[in-house]
Ligand binder design. Structure first.
Ligand SMILES: NC(=O)c1ccc[n+]([C@@H]2O[C@H](COP(=O)([O-])OP(=O)(O)OC[C@H]3O[C@@H](n4cnc5c(N)ncnc54)[C@H](OP(=O)(O)O)[C@@H]3O)[C@@H](O)[C@H]2O)c1
Length: 327
């Protein structure tokens, strides 16, 4: 798997470092809209090629996969372009702005026989996979409480009059899209698509959600997901059933350990993990790629569609609409 990247934020640094820990994955080139930044970014990672023009980058046949970490509203455009040029795609979360866009990408990837992956860390972590195996021990699952709160320096910028992309509706931003989406992935990975969803946001004056609570209703159980960029908190997840509960230490994208309490008995599972939480997803993508395992890839896409539908319904319930929704 040979990859070129779009975007020069810290997440691309982390992704590139993660690929170095997975055998058989290489980075061919990087893209930035600015030549100086593209060159510096490539040199900083010891990468030989850099591009300022996406079309030119996609026309290069020396690699086969594109990793996209642009602002959210551009994921669809860049992923579509990449697929049209015959490249596999690894796209950052949230996959797209809405379900319509994601469905179009999935159809195109199937037509072209290409892989389309969502780069969302939590659901690929070994602790998450182990948690799924132990879930039955809580009995009938009744309640999930998930909290992912991280005060953002970009919230200070917002209060100072700037509008960073992550707090801009034009860029498909907001706390639900940026942080709470991990909780949605976490819960939907366990319980599937909810029957109903409502989102209760704190909105800034430009209409963007800077924090909020998403309530997902299932038959017999309910999940409350907090995602906040305007407050700090201890991040954890509690999964409560009628026979016990599981506590996840850490946020939905960095699961440090799991504690299971049933019948007054405590058990802690701590497998240790990669310092770079993106390594596990790259390992999963590489395995699917090596085995031409379109069935597993399709399973991940079914999950992503459920998340995207829930995300869109949650936004609609709170009247958080993106330009892409009106197209
Ligand atoms: N998985 C994770 O843990 C994680 C963490 C953080 C972010 N993310 C995701 O990664 C993506 C990028 O996040 P970010 O915080 O870096 O976003 P950002 O600050 O909006 O940065 C966007 C990046 O996209 C590039 N870009 C390409 N075309 C652009 C355009 N037309 N307009 C503006 N920028 C353009 C910019 O690079 P140049 O200016 O050099 O072209 C810039 O580095 C988001 O989707 C976010 O949700 C994931």
């Amino acid at each position: 798997m040979i990859i070129s990247t779009i975007g020069t934020g810290f997440i691309v640094d982390r992704f590139i470092e993660a690929t170095k820990q997975v055998e058989g994955v290489e980075i061919h080139g990087v893209h930035s809209r600015t030549k100086t930044r593209a060159k510096l970014f490539a040199e900083g990672h010891g990468i030989g090629n850099y591009f300022t023009d996406v079309e030119e980058m996609l026309a290069d046949d020396q690699y086969d996969t594109v990793y996209i970490a642009s602002p959210n509203n551009l994921h669809y455009k860049y992923a579509r372009q990449a697929l049209e040029h015959g490249k596999h795609v690894i796209c950052e979360k949230p996959f797209t702005s809405n379900k319509r866009e994601l469905q179009a990408l999935i159809e195109l990837s199937r037509e072209k026989g290409l892989f389309l992956f969502e780069a969302v860390t939590g659901i690929h972590l070994p602790h998450y996979k182990v948690l799924k195996q132990h879930l039955h021990r809580v009995g009938d699952l009744k309640v999930i409480q998930a909290n992912y709160s991280q005060y953002s320096s970009r919230y200070d910028a917002l209060k100072d009059g700037e509008v960073p992309n992550v707090f801009n509706l034009e860029y498909s931003g907001g706390a639900l899209a940026d942080l709470n989406i991990y909780n949605l992935h976490f819960v939907i990975g366990l319980l599937g698509r909810p029957e109903d969803v409502s989102y209760f946001p704190n909105k800034f004056e430009n209409g963007i959600d800077t924090s909020g609570v998403c309530v997902m209703e299932y038959e017999g159980s309910i999940a409350t997901c907090i995602g906040s960029k305007d407050t700090e908190s201890e991040n954890s997840i509690l999964i409560q059933g009628d026979q016990g509960y599981i506590k996840v230490n850490g946020s939905a994208n960095i699961i440090n350990s799991i504690e299971i309490r049933t019948d007054g008995h405590d058990e802690k599972i701590d497998l240790g993990q990669h310092e770079n939480n993106m390594v596990s997803e790259v390992e999963d993508f590489k395995e699917i790629y090596d085995n031409d395992d379109y069935q597993s890839a399709s399973g991940w896409l079914d999950h992503s569609i459920n998340v995207m539908e829930t995300f869109e319904k949650a936004r609609e319930s709170a009247n958080i609409l993106y330009p892409a929704d009106k197209e």
